[in-house]
Design a binder for this molecule. Sequence first.
Ligand code: G1P
Length: 297
Amino acid sequence: MRKKVTKAIFPVAGLGTRFLPATKSVPKEIMTLVDRPLVQYAIDEARAAGIKEFIFVTSRGKSALEDYFDHSPILEQELRKKGKDDLLEILKDTYMDSGAIAYIRQHQALGLGHAVWCARRLIANEPFAVILPDDVIAAEKPCLQQMVEAYEETGGNMVAAMEVAPEKASSYGVLDVKEDMGKIVSVKGMVEKPAAGEAPSNLAVIGRYILSPSVMKNLNKMKKGAGGEIQLTDAIAQDIEKEQPVYGYRFKGQRFDCGSKSGFLQATVAFALAREDLRDDMMAFVNQVALNASAAE
Ligand code: G1P
């Protein structure tokens, strides 16, 4: 029987400089899409996929993240006194079972691979998921859950994959495809941030991974890759050399790059339009903005 994936790593150590000055005092992952911080979407997705242990790789200045998942006795007491049961209910999603959440510091910004490696002792010898909270995916069935179901059939390593325009490929890890089976592709190589015109395909890695413990062993080598950083992509690619399969999974859903301003704004509009309590107001506003813009042309 294949071991179930019950642990997930959330690399959240980045400085979020693209969102300065907002991120001067607020971790990027606490920035809100409608009324929930980015990290809540990541946690919800992990829970839906059966994750029971949540490992955050943080850095200096991220203590707001730890507080977010804590109980808040004064706030709760106040809400209870005022009979605000609906708000108390909303807070429930932010609570974690005692001992289910761990925070590890990445002391130096040495890359995504290094951040994941920082969690090695908690992962031990088990398969694990990695979720990059910057990549928000709107989907009927949450993306990681789709992947876990596929992984139960395939095993090996699995990365979320999405077609991107050729001129965008150099912003991603890109798959070198061995065999395209439709929803799943088998992979013969992976290149992190390929130079323009050198991407092996237009299938990019999106921030959801299910990885075997051998990827952690590969990270022990601390090999520097693109941008002089220790890259997760390279450690996964090394597994192929060890004849451990790597699969790309074409997920169903819409991905928003919330690490960029325009992606974040698009996600805000899309998530607001998807909300019953906001849809009508937002729709009227968006239509009006579009009309004004075309009238001004
Ligand atoms: C990271 C990964 C890259 C992946 C991307 C997806 O890059 O290194 O392989 O394609 O996330 O969002 P980053 O965006 O952190 O530069």
